[in-house]
Design a binder for this molecule. Structure first.
Ligand code: ADP
Ligand code: MG
Length: 238
């Protein structure tokens, strides 16, 4: 059985069917992207996996268990968003430690974990800074560290680099990929940027209007797009 499976999932908001009979599997340690134009259902699908949306049909599995009805906080998934959502009145250290205090670790365990997380994202020297003293890229590194410090089974990233300028975005793409390989953590990365998907992914799920229209490695997608939609969407890459 795959590490992650979504079976025949459909979701509507009122009359608007946003996810249409979606099925997919993801293996442990893979980095996959959900790629598609704005409004095609990427964030909704990610939020389903995080336990943040109610859906009408289908099942969601993680690590051999059905989690369809497991509350979000018990799913052991981390999430990083486009907006960094850091607490402005807490230092970098306190922001990262926040998720751990709920879990009843000792003070020394927390310190050890936060420092390890800071090292992962190369921000050891920024522990006592406040978010508004950091650049956008640095703030997003803190968000990453905050999500990773709880050692989630899966890290979900919803357009985490979209607000950053091109140079920093490129660097963070490389850093996220390196981090993912180093930790062997499973990641689902949402983007509308085909180039970003190509650089990052083991596999890409191309979405259009609530459907997954193709799932393939970047090389396969590029060489053998399944239809005109995929061809034109991926075609922008060159
Ligand atoms: P994407 O992330 O690919 O841009 P979304 O998953 O955010 O797309 O949205 C897919 C569709 O669902 C859009 O038509 C959007 O307007 C609609 N939608 C998303 N969230 C809600 C909501 N909470 N209530 C009603 N409609 C929603
Ligand atoms: Mg979105």
């Amino acid at each position: 059985m795959s590490y992650i499976a979504i079976d025949n999932l459909s979701l509507s908001f009122g009359d608007n069917k946003v996810l249409k009979d979606i099925s997919l599997t993801i293996e442990k340690g893979e980095l996959v992207t959900l790629l598609g134009p704005s409004g095609c259902g990427k964030s909704t699908l990610l939020r389903v996996f995080a336990g943040l949306e109610v859906f009408q049909e289908g099942q969601v599995f993680l690590d051999g268990e059905e989690i369809s009805n497991v509350p979000s906080k018990n799913r052991n998934v981390g999430m990083v968003f486009q907006s960094y959502a850091l607490f402005p009145n807490m230092t970098v250290y306190e922001n990262i430690a926040f998720g751990l205090t709920i879990k009843k670790f000792s003070k020394s365990e927390i310190k050890q974990k936060v420092i390890a997380a800071l090292q992962l994202v190369n921000l050891e020297d920024k522990a006592d800074f406040y978010p508004d003293q950091l650049s956008g890229g640095q703030q997003q590194r803190v968000s990453l560290a905050r999500s990773l410090v709880t050692e989630p089974k899966v890290l979900l990233l919803d357009e985490p680099l979209s607000a950053l300028d091109a140079k920093i975005r490129k660097q963070l793409q490389i850093d996220i990929r390196d981090l993912q390989k180093k930790l062997g953590i499973t990641m689902i990365f949402v983007t509308h940027d085909q180039e970003e998907a190509m650089i990052l992914s083991d596999r890409v799920f191309v979405m259009s209007e609530g459907n997954i229209v193709q799932q393939a490695s970047p090389a396969e997608l590029y060489a053998q797009p399944k239809n005109n939609f995929v061809a034109s969407f991926i075609g922008n890459y060159n």
